[in-house]
Design a protein around this ligand. Structure first.
Ligand code: LMR
Length: 397
């Protein structure tokens, strides 16, 4: 049976990890996978996480099954983190949240849930979007279409084109929006642009699915949730997929959440039962460890404060790296304008070079980035920015 298989290509993002690890060049630079790195190129465990893990080690008293919803307390805390403590949909008991294995798990559950709502479902994703969005929705049997988003030539948002496309979407379709720190472009909607998108969503009647994988990496925990909160206050149906991988640095623990916002509590209960059925068929129940850590942090004022400070440090370092790269490229005499990098948000930007130039950077300089020239800004540091900027200057000559 296995003889009928043809090999799959390496994942365009995760495949870079292996290549980078095998590269013996001591000057190698990893701008591939979106993980936070410190100045030494290390992805540290947050102090608040270490505290919470110690607490868990001392207090955990069973490994019994947790159930398809995961921890109800974690779900409650995550709902409040995303929507705010006093969101009308929360006060009206119209939100249901489950814990999921990472943000990807949340998206996959959402995909199967959408398929159960509508077998002929189509989801619209931004052009471009995170490479895995396409694969995971297609795996659930959902047709994926794109709406215009990023203008590669002008390094700007194609906002008018985006609005025009969304106005044509069928009310039975789903539209995926990035809450903040758009992956891969770093180009976010402003609050007033969110307001316009929300008006279109309301008027047309499609279901928004918001992917919030980077809450706190753009401007702040509350600022980054603007679109999520406004959307939920204005529509009858909405799906939110969130992740604790980046903002809590819990990548390998695989913890995220999937929330449904519905028009009334009765609809919420029915939808929730379907969501739980989907979970049971996919992976039965989520891992508990990451959720317990987040729960311990968000339950404690002191640990929450520490977390917010550590999150701000990560955000500030990434923003600092953005300006540092732009300045260094200028210093190296690069004529092309890269100032857009300093204006974008979150973990990523497109360098805007050709796939051939991306290959040259990898082969000649051991600098790794996705073929599209998406760079993970966290991989830049004082120790490699000179080397990086010189290499970019060379391949642009
Ligand atoms: C990324 O886009 O690099 C991250 O979200 C990691 C991943 O799973 O692709």
């Amino acid at each position: 049976m296995f003889n009928a298989l043809t090999a799959m290509p390496a994942d365009p993002i995760l495949g870079l990890l292996t290549q980078y690890r095998l590269d013996p060049n001591p000057n190698k630079v990893d701008l591939g996978v979106g993980v936070y790195k410190d100045e030494a190129g290390h992805t540290p465990i947050l102090h608040c996480v270490k505290h919470a893990e110690r607490h868990r080690f001392e207090t955990e008293d069973t490994k019994v099954y947790i159930g398809p919803t995961g921890s109800a307390h974690f779900n409650d805390l995550m709902t409040k983190l995303a929507f705010g403590h006093d969101h009308p949909a929360l006060l009206e008991n119209r939100i249901r949240t489950i814990s999921t294995p990472g943000g990807t798990g949340a998206l996959r559950v959402a995909a199967d849930f959408i398929k159960r709502c509508r077998t002929q479902a189509t989801i619209w994703v931004s052009d471009p979007t995170w490479a895995n969005h396409n694969g995971l929705f297609e795996a659930a049997g959902i047709q994926v279409k794109t709406y215009p988003y990023y203008d590669h030539d002008n390094k700007s948002l194609r906002f008018d084109d985006m609005k025009a496309a969304l106005a044509q979407v069928s009310p039975t379709d789903v539209v995926l929006l990035h809450a903040c720190c758009h992956n891969p472009s770093g180009m976010d909607l402003t609050p007033s642009q969110w307001d316009e998108v929300i008006t279109i969503t309301k008027n047309v009647g499609f279901t928004p699915l918001i992917d919030m994988a980077y809450q706190g990496f753009g401007e702040g925990v509350d600022e980054d949730a603007y679109g999520v909160r406004q959307m939920a206050a204005n529509v009858d149906n909405m799906i939110l997929c969130s992740s604790c991988s980046k903002n809590f640095g819990l990548y390998r623990e695989r913890i995220g959440a999937c929330s449904l916002v519905t028009k009334d509590p009765t609809t919420a209960d029915v939808a929730f039962s379907v969501l739980l059925y989907v979970v049971r068929c996919l992976y039965s129940m989520p891992p508990a460890h990451g959720a317990a850590i987040v729960e311990t942090i968000l339950d404690s004022e002191k640990l929450t404060q520490e977390w917010l400070e550590e999150l701000a440090q990560m955000r500030d370092r990434i923003n600092g790296n953005r300006s540092m790269l732009v300045d260094k490229l200028k210093e190296k005499g690069v004529k092309r304008d890269f100032s857009f990098i300093a204006k974008q948000k979150g973990m990523f930007s497109f360098l805007g070079i050709t796939p051939e130039q991306v290959t040259r950077l990898q082969q000649e300089y051991s600098i790794y980035m996705v073929d599209s020239s998406r760079i993970s800004i966290a991989g830049i540091g004082d120790g490699n920015v000179d080397y990086l900027a010189s290499a970019i200057a060379k391949i642009l000559e």
